[in-house]
Write a protein that binds this ligand. Sequence first.
Ligand code: GAP
Length: 441
Amino acid sequence: MVALDVLRSLCKRRGFVFQASEIYGGFESTWDFGPLGVELKRRIADAWWRDMVVSREDIVGIDSAILQSPKVWDTSGHVSGFNDPLVDCKTCQGRFRADQLQESACPRKPSKHPGEHGDCDLTEPRQFNMMFKTRVGPVEDSAAIAYLRPETAQGIFTNFLNVQQSMRLKLPFGIAQIGKSFRNEIVTGNFFFRTREFEQMEMEYFCRPEQAADLYGYWIKERLNWYHSIGISPDNLRAEEHAEKDLAHYAAACTDIEYRYPWGWGELEGIANRTDFDLNAHAQATGKKLQWMDPQTNEWITPHVVEPAAGLTRTVLVALMDAYDDETLEDGSERNVLRFHPRIAPVTLAVFPLVKKEGMPEKAREILKRYLDRFPCLYDAGGAIGRRYRRQDEIGTPFCATVDGQTLEDGTVTLRDRDTMKQDRVKIEALGDHIDEASRR
Ligand code: GAP
């Protein structure tokens, strides 16, 4: 498993992830995605959207505002109940999350977890609210207080009627959204595993109450399979059901899809049975009837909800960790490879002219132009071919096509596979299908 500092330096060197405000010394565990990082994130989000929304008749998407009425967060329970238990150390003055002491470091040497030095003196846990407060408008009074959303889910619940009625949806149906969320986390760190600003991919699946238990099982399987489909190793994934005492205030049951991070198993996605908690709470607070009428029986039903809630930025981190490989080749040389699945690789095809003459650069650019609309492509004419392959290996490009003398005669290129390093001659017009075929595997 890759060490975090090795991954972090690769991410900076190759333009995946930079520390935010780096030239000012950085800021509070915030991160900027560089040219390859944003492409990786976008492709993961696209794969999720395609599989969860576009390819399904029963799920539609929305994009709701980050700022909502503060009443939404009163009703959802976040203002009063979205708390983390904190402990202080009276010896080192450090402040830690009581339920994450094993992920935290005591600031003193030798490095240990809080509470593990002989003279650590931790207080009893106190509750700390994680909502990010801000003000809306120019007037500095309490009426203008608003919150940055801590989950995308509530924008879905508050639009339940709008979406159901405008799209004439019948149970069961889902509403999905991808977007930023904000939490004033106490313990951040492990690169961008836990940050205060992050992106989520959430879907609320509304169903009849008696369907919820089966759908909860269905979505756990679906979501595990989805991670396999973007190339995350099944050996590094597992589903862990929460004990009742650990459930969030809105959930009747919850299973985490966990990943084997370098520091141990941890959450990647939560699949919760939220029952009718949210629709009921918003209906009570607004007096609106957040229900659906069964056209066959004319009976009004408050749907129950199964929610697969994934972290987009966290999935980017997992994709990088899982893809990383440090390989010693038969000739004893080393290569760094990111073995991204072709579905999510930031560059799918790199095109090289063997030399910068004899019409090869022009031919290579022609190939690039031909396939740019189909998948992300890149042109590289710099240095020896072996060096160019290594550069693409390091950013995870699954295919490299080289234009050489034969290309100009018979319209074929050498297509080199990142993982096997095998080279085949492939017709230029067959490249797209060849790559699409590999992306489906
Ligand atoms: N609507 C339910 C909900 O938000 P959650 O388990 O709190 O559930 C869902 O969040 C996912 O969002 C998590 O599994 C994780 O991937 C991601 N996530 C939550 N907090 C995060 C943070 N501080 N930094 C990065 N990702 C986070």
